[in-house]
Design a protein around this ligand. Structure first.
Ligand code: NAD
Length: 253
């Protein structure tokens, strides 16, 4: 049955930055679809764990600060130790720093690149090595951005990192597709999370953005659920290296 291809029953996933926002939405969707989920991040995961347990889902927290790539191998090891394997990785954790490029600091450059791009690569590498060891392929989903396609303003390290995520998603797919590993991305549009709080608190920017979204509303974390489950499931087994925009139509405008 076609709907069975979208099931994550029997699969194990790790989702970074799952305590809130888009990562929490993806973790909930995976658990609802039947996966066991390692919820990974530097902050307490109580809210996400509570929500998953409320409908009988299976989840496990892993505390890790992705500012340091040294945690990447441990995240995979702990997931495998708890659940016996890993089938799906979502690289969702990300930060943003705003500032005019003329004044932008090295720290604001490095902090964003380390979490949004460097750790994303080394965590993908650690997961892929485990997928190869298990011999059954795997799924990696990278959370990109509209800033993977557009320049934006006053977020030079974020645009650089997210543009890098788009390219890296293609490269890893080229190298790993033959091993049965699907590497794809999701580019969310303007979503209501902590990441966009500053924009939403600026009435002029908020209105300007809203008016440009064809769907006529900002996105919610639950809006990513369908694309995330699709990319994590057997339904997308022949999909490699592509980043799907879930943006209310923004990029088509
Ligand atoms: P958010 O700020 O609510 O969530 C970010 C998550 O990343 C949090 O769970 C946070 O704890 C985690 N994180 C940050 N630094 C970390 C670190 N050093 N170690 C471990 N975890 C860390 O924002 P969000 O909107 O849910 O962002 C999720 C992803 O989606 C990010 O990669 C963001 O760039 C991307 N994104 C968001 C939007 C949007 O409009 N909200 C649009 C495009 C892309």
């Amino acid at each position: 049955m076609i709907l069975d291809m979208f099931s994550l029953k029997g699969k194990t996933a790790a989702v970074t930055g799952a305590n809130t926002g888009l990562g929490q939405g993806i973790a909930l969707a995976f658990a609802e679809a039947g996966a066991k989920v390692a919820v990974v991040g530097r902050s307490p995961m109580d809210e996400t764990l509570g929500k998953i347990k409320s409908f009988g889902g299976d989840a496990f927290p892993i505390k890790a600060d992705l500012a340091d790539v040294a945690v990447c191998q441990r995240i995979v090891d702990e997931t495998v130790g708890k659940f016996g394997g890993i089938d799906i990785l979502v690289n969702n954790a990300g930060i943003i720093r705003r500032g005019d490029s003329i004044d932008f600091t090295e720290k604001d450059w490095d902090d964003v690149m380390n979490v949004n791009l460097k750790s994303l690569f080394f965590l993908s590498q650690a997961a892929a090595r485990q997928f190869v060891k298990q011999g059954q392929g795997g799924k990696i989903i990278n959370i990109a951005s509209l800033l993977s396609y557009q320049g934006g303003i006053r977020i030079p390290s974020y645009t650089s990192a997210k543009s890098g995520v788009l390219g890296l998603t293609r490269l890893l797919a080229n190298e790993w597709a033959s091993k049965g590993i699907c590497v794809n991305g999701i580019a969310p549009g303007y979503m209501v999370t902590n990441n966009t709080e500053a924009l939403r608190n600026d009435p002029i920017r908020y209105k300007a953005i809203l008016e440009r979204i064809p769907a006529g509303r900002w996105g919610q974390p639950a809006d990513l659920a369908g694309a995330a489950v699709f990319l994590a499931s057997p339904a997308s087994d022949y999909l490699h290296g592509f980043t799907i925009a879930v943006d209310g139509g923004w990029l088509g405008r």
